[in-house]
Ligand binder design. Structure first.
Ligand code: AMP
Length: 286
């Protein structure tokens, strides 16, 4: 069994579980407190804290893991990144009080006090900037630290930025853009588990690829086929199926980018299309 560590709770837990399920890997039913569960026939899922996953994978306690890029970076441990999974998007930023008159990191004096639950990433960032800092480690809610007078600035995760705004803070620098990753212990994907890792990667990729695509079907007048082909490029051209009528109509099917659906429908309507149907795609393998 290949051990895949996934977040047991928190922001990434739901996304990881949903992605695996969509890829056809069902987690065998388990109680709320179970620490592990079979996942398909080849894998054993380990439910652990997202923050611990880079460590477990680097140590070999798990073979693979799903966790945030920020946490991989924070751990500083060597692991191989196999896939960017796209969910859990956020940024690790440097923020100062609105009224502090700080526009960028270069405005900060040496010895500035920085509150963060990302001490590793923060120290590396300031070292690269050639700045000496006083680290104020917190385990969460760093936003409050500048108001309590225990820190001058913070390094914290944001997605919309509304938490910073509510707390009278302003972003003055970005350390990292983060999304969830599939990581592996070094050497895993070229070792004896090569086939299983390749298959898992292909299954997850097929879900990610399908996410931004839709399958569109429409009955169109046969006389408009040339123009329909221009509107519906598909992967290798649309599929054209006979409709059992007098021959005046055909059904055109194609995969289209989700963001183009609105425009494509309008253009097909212009060509006289009827019976349009748009569906989500579960998986897509070219
Ligand atoms: P947890 O503390 O278990 O909820 O997981 C936190 C992880 O979720 C972070 O380290 C990020 O990888 C990810 N994440 C995604 N969006 C956000 C967000 N808006 N705020 C905090 N963490 C986020």
């Amino acid at each position: 069994m290949i051990r895949l560590a996934i977040p047991n709770k928190g922001r990434l837990a739901e996304g990881a579980r949903e992605l695996l399920e969509r890829a056809g890997l069902e987690l065998e039913s388990r109680g709320e407190r179970a620490l592990q569960a079979a996942l398909g026939t080849d894998f054993l899922a380990l439910f652990v804290r997202a923050r611990d996953i880079p460590e477990f994978v680097a140590d070999g306690a798990a073979d693979l893991g799903i966790t945030g890029r920020d946490l991989v970076h924070e751990s500083g441990r060597p692991v191989e990144t196999l896939l960017d999974l796209g969910f859990g998007r956020c940024r690790l930023v440097l923020a100062a009080r609105d009224d502090a008159g700080v526009a960028s990191v270069s405005d900060l004096p040496d010895g500035v006090r920085v509150a963060t639950s990302f001490p590793g990433a923060t120290e590396r960032y300031f070292r690269e900037q050639g700045r000496r800092i006083e680290l104020v480690p917190v385990s969460g809610a760093a936003e409050i630290a500048p108001h309590l007078g225990v820190a001058d600035v913070i390094v914290d995760l944001v997605s919309t930025g509304s938490t910073l705004k509510v707390n009278g803070l302003r972003e003055v620098g970005t350390l990292l853009e983060s999304t969830a990753l599939l990581i592996a212990r070094e050497g895993l994907s070229t070792g004896p588990a090569e086939r299983q890792v390749r298959e898992l990667k292909a299954a997850l990729e097929s879900v990610l690829r399908a996410r931004d695509k839709r399958y569109l079907m429409a009955n169109v007048p046969r006389s408009q086929l040339d123009r329909v082909k221009q509107v519906l490029p598909g992967i290798s051209g649309p599929t054209i199926v006979d409709v059992l009528d007098s021959g005046a109509w055909v059904a055109a099917h194609a995969v289209v980018d989700a963001r183009d659906v609105y425009r494509v429908i309008a253009e097909l309507k212009e060509l006289g299309a009827e019976g349009l149907l748009v569906t989500k795609i579960e998986r897509l393998m070219p």
